[in-house]
Design a binder for this molecule. Sequence first.
Ligand code: SF4
Ligand code: SF4
Length: 296
Amino acid sequence: MISVSNIERFAIHDGPGIRTTVFLKGCMLHCPWCANPETWGVQPVLMHDEKKCVHCRLCEKHCPQKAITFEPDFHIDYSLCRACGTCTQTCIPNALEISGKWMTAEEILDEATKDKKYYENSQGGITLSGGEPLFQFEESFELIQRIHEEEFHLALETTGNYSLEKLQKVEPYVDLFLMDCKHLDPEKLYHVTGADYDQIMENFAYLSKHCPQKVIVRMPVIWDFNQDQIEKIIEWAATLHFPEVDLLPYHSLGKNKWENLQMKYSYAQYPLMDKKDLMPAVEYGKKIGIRVKIGG
Ligand code: SF4
Ligand code: SF4
C-alpha cells in the first residue's frame, strides 16, 4: 500500500496533454512556500478549516483521544491525534478532513484508467507528484512499473533529492522528469529547504548524460530567495543540454493548508509574482538557445 494525498483528474500543468496527477505523501524537504504541506508526512493527517468551523464543539466531545481542545481556541494536539476520522463524521459544516489514504497500485491505476481516452486524444498520461513521489520508494517503484506496463505516459514531478541508485532504478520507466532546481548555492539551498545540493546535482548529471531530452528543469521563483538565480539556472540547464526550463512564479495557494495544519506560513506578506516580470528570462533563453517557459 502507498499513502496518497490526492488524485487530481484533468490536470493540464503537470506535463503534456490531459493528465491524472497522483500526489504521493512524504517529503524530505521543508520549503517554506510549499503548496502541499499536508504531503510532508507519510501518515494521513487531520486538517481544520477555521473559516467553516461554527465552534459547536461536537468534535471535541466525540474524539476518543481527547486530541481536540478549545482553550482558548480550536486546537488539535497532533501528538494525540490518530487521524481516525471520528471527528470528521460529527462535523456538519465539513470543517475537518483527513488528508491522505492508503491505496494499492491497482486502485490508483483503476482511477487513472477512467480517463484513458483523454490521454490518448491529448498525448497525456499520469504524473506522480507529492511531496516527493519517490519518498515511499519501494511502493512508488511498484506503481511506476505498473504504469509503464499499462503503457501510460508517465511524468515524475520530483525534487531529485535521493540517491543516484534510486534514480537509476526508476529512470527506464519514466517518460518525463519534471525536476526542480531551486538554487545553485548549496548552503542557501540547504538552509532554506533542507535539500542536499550534491545529491541533486549528481542526479541531474546522470540524466544529462543518459537522457537529457527526458528532462524539464523546473524552478519555483521565490521572493527574496532565488530571483537572482534565474539566469544562472537557465545557463546551467543549457550547459547540461536540457531542452527546457519552466519558471514557476510564486503563488500563495498553499497558505490555507498551512493554517489548516496549525503551521505558520512565513510567506503571507509576499504578493503573487507577476508572470510579466519573468518575460526577460524567456528572451534570455532564446539568446542562449534553450526554451524557457513561464508556468508548467
Ligand atoms: S465539529 Fe466541526 S464545526 Fe463543530 S467545532 Fe468541530 S470543527 Fe468546528
Ligand atoms: S482524527 Fe480521531 S484522534 Fe484525531 S482529532 Fe479526530 S477523532 Fe480525535
